[in-house]
Ligand binder design. Structure first.
Ligand SMILES: Cc1cc2nc3c(=O)[nH]c(=O)nc-3n(C[C@H](O)[C@H](O)[C@H](O)COP(=O)(O)O)c2cc1C
Length: 164
């Protein structure tokens, strides 16, 4: 598990090989295994495979282009009315998703949507999401067409023991 955590890197280039339904389910199981405040699980996951929709999502902001080239994009949404911890809970789910991707030998990247209102509006319109949902991020997933080394970014200067 510790090796897996270090092996997770942002992968932005993918081959055309599809991600299977079984892999998608495995990743959703990993995401929904995340901790959530009061175990409210205020998350929703939209699985986008349609090429036209992915292309539209890729234009939501200048660093979202990876959505067009990945065979599947997970859109991680939250229900703020059900928990004021929706951002933390959905972030934990997203990290689980990313680790699941690494475990399956796939590649992915966290593409920020929240907290920019204009980005959220665009995603809401493209996918016709319920207005009561918020969008935390997009996670394009595919078979990696680039490799990056495992690493920790451990920095002792960021560590503080007891009263600092
Ligand atoms: C909250 C958040 C938002 C991010 N947004 C984007 C994004 O919009 N586009 C992108 O290509 N990468 C995005 N990233 C990925 C970061 O650029 C990446 O995690 C960072 O450069 C470290 O590289 P690594 O993931 O390979 O360790 C985001 C990461 C986080 C945690």
């Amino acid at each position: 598990m510790l090796d897996l955590i270090k092996a997770r890197r942002s992968i932005r280039k993918y081959t055309s090989e599809p991600v299977t339904d079984e892999q998608i389910k495995t990743l959703l199981e990993a995401a929904m295994a995340a901790p959530s405040a009061d175990n409210r699980k205020p998350w929703e996951f939209v699985v986008v495979r349609d090429a036209g929709l992915r292309k539209e999502l890729s234009k939501v902001h200048p660093w979202a282009g990876t959505a067009a080239g990945a065979p599947v994009v997970f859109v991680v949404c939250g229900r703020p009315k059900d928990s004021d911890h929706w951002v933390e809970d959905c972030s934990a789910a997203t990290q689980n998703l990313l680790l699941g991707v690494t475990a399956l030998g796939l590649g992915a990247v966290w593409v920020a949507i929240y907290p920019r209102a204009e980005r959220e509006d665009k995603v809401q319109r493209i996918l016709n999401l319920p207005m009561r949902w918020r969008t935390l991020c997009l996670v394009p997933v595919g078979h990696p067409a680039e490799t990056k080394p495992s690493r920790t970014q451990y920095d002792p200067a960021r560590v503080h023991y007891d009263a600092s």
